[in-house]
Design a protein around this ligand. Structure first.
Ligand code: UD1
Ligand code: CA
Length: 418
């Protein structure tokens, strides 16, 4: 009975997002929101991990396919109860507890889920439901308790009777339920409600009528269990995640001068004693070494940065490799596939694209270096341009070690220019 399976519901379109993209692929701190419950589930080491997909199923599967994940297809989205039924074949023969999570609740922590699972065990419940009290419960399913505090029923917002909308305790959409009861109860759920949907929440009333133990598990932090339905909530979740990520980096020894205006994606890594100034965006799979300084207003995406690198204000960098002790900016633009070797310097208004800048080489002012390989200790004078394009083809430029290039130089590499 101790065995655990996880079912993540991710088939809904997310109508209230008003988007052409399925809701669970909208990013939170740079990762599609489904990434969060999926990673959390993996940490629980379940014996089965099932994601129910439907709307844009192909896109979701493409993004998250992995050996340990089984996708269950819910062809039509007829409600959350119907969605869980779609996972039934994938749970054949399974007798333990099923943890049901929503793909649209990204801030949930493993700590809370562990407590929830423990409480389910300790109370010998057949069904446990995670709940929270909200200032404004509008739109959510409301929780009604028995006199002894156990759960009586959950009623969706659209099905509430007059006066019931005042109830502030709501269903977070996170459940732990014994597999046998789950599917016997779901087989009896009907779509007789305002939305004509098969509600998963109806299994609460079923459990009561069968005199089975159903407990609410009230959590304190409403942000943690917030479900994203609209872009307003998406922004709130991004804020919440941003704060969490920033705090973790600070606790790990990174100085953030102004965490409020610093945007760091989930997968970013930063070494100790690095200092990030206000209004910086560190995106994607970016990593920074130790002792780096990132001055205000920089955007750095999917770039590997070594130790003691200084990126001066307002620089834009994407898909590059930067070795130790390099200096970049202010106002530099480093485009994909560029490699800046140790101790090199790229100054203001310099654009680098698909180029290698050798050790100790300097391009301090107003230059374009594209499709080029530069050796060591070269001086690139102000206004130097590698003319890499003849209108049809790109041509590479090679500059050997120690070359001195004076100001205002056009290096034409085109072999067959018109
Ligand atoms: C649901 C709950 C509500 C709770 C709220 C918390 C029901 C009937 N209602 O309402 O009590 O307060 O979550 O956020 O369960 N999904 C599918 N297939 C479907 C429908 C939904 O996979 O046919 C998935 C969605 O992708 C989403 C999750 O289930 O990840 C919740 O669906 P959503 O439509 O957001 O439910 P709510 O109306 O918010
Ligand atoms: Ca929801």
């Amino acid at each position: 009975m101790n065995e655990l399976a996880v079912v993540i519901l991710a088939a809904g379109k997310g109508t209230r997002m008003k988007s052409d993209l399925v809701k669970v692929l909208h990013p939170v701190a740079g990762s599609p929101m489904l990434r969060y419950p999926l990673d959390l589930s993996r940490n629980l080491k379940p014996s089965r991990l099932i994601v129910v997909v439907g709307f844009q199923a192909d896109r979701v599967q493409e993004k998250f396919k992995a050996q340990d994940v089984t996708f269950a297809l819910q062809k039509e989205q007829l409600g959350t109860g119907h969605a869980v039924l779609a996972a039934k074949p994938a749970l054949r023969g399974f007798r333990g507890r099923v943890l049901i999570l929503s793909g649209d609740v990204p801030l949930l922590t493993e700590e809370t889920v562990s407590k929830f699972l423990k409480s389910h065990q300790a109370r010998k419940a057949v069904l446990s439901v995670m709940t929270v009290e909200l200032e404004n419960p509008k739109g959510y399913g409301r929780v009604f308790r028995n006199a002894d505090g156990s759960l009586l029923r959950i009623t969706e917002d659209k099905d509430l009777k007059p006066g019931e909308e005042k109830v502030r305790e709501i269903n977070t959409g996170i459940y732990c339920v014994d597999a046998d009861f789950l599917f016997s109860a779901l087989s009896q759920v009907t779509p007789q409600n305002a939305q004509k949907e098969y509600y998963l929440t109806d299994i609460v009333a079923r459990a009561n009528s069968e005199k089975k133990k159903v407990f609410p598990f009230l959590v304190e932090d409403s942000l943690e269990v917030m479900g994203i339905n609209t872009r307003v909530e998406l922004a709130r979740a991004n804020q919440g995640m941003k704060k969490k990520i920033a705090e973790q980096h600070m606790l790990d020894g990174v100085t953030l001068i102004d965490p409020e205006t610093t945007y760091i994606d989930r997968e970013v890594k930063i070494g100790r004693d690095s200092v990030i100034h206000p209004s910086c965006h560190l995106l994607g799979k970016t990593s920074l070494g130790k002792g780096c300084v990132i001055e205000p207003g920089c955007k750095i995406a999917n770039t590997q940065v070594g130790n003691q690198v200084t990126i001066k204000a307002s620089s834009v960098i994407s898909e590059c490799k930067i070795e130790d002790l390099v200096e970049v900016g202010p106002f530099a633009h480093l485009r994909p596939d560029s490699l800046l070797r140790g101790g090199s310097k790229i100054g203001n208004f310099v654009e680098v694209k698909k180029a290698v800048i050798g050790k100790g080489t300097k391009a301090n002012h107003l230059s374009y270096i594209g499709d080029a390989t530069l050796g060591e200790k070269i001086n690139v004078g102000a206004g130097t341009v590698t003319c890499n394009y003849d209108g049809k083809k790109k041509h590479p430029t090679v500059i050997e070690d120690g070359v001195f290039i004076g100001s205002n130089t056009a290096l034409s590499s085109g072999q067959d220019r018109p």
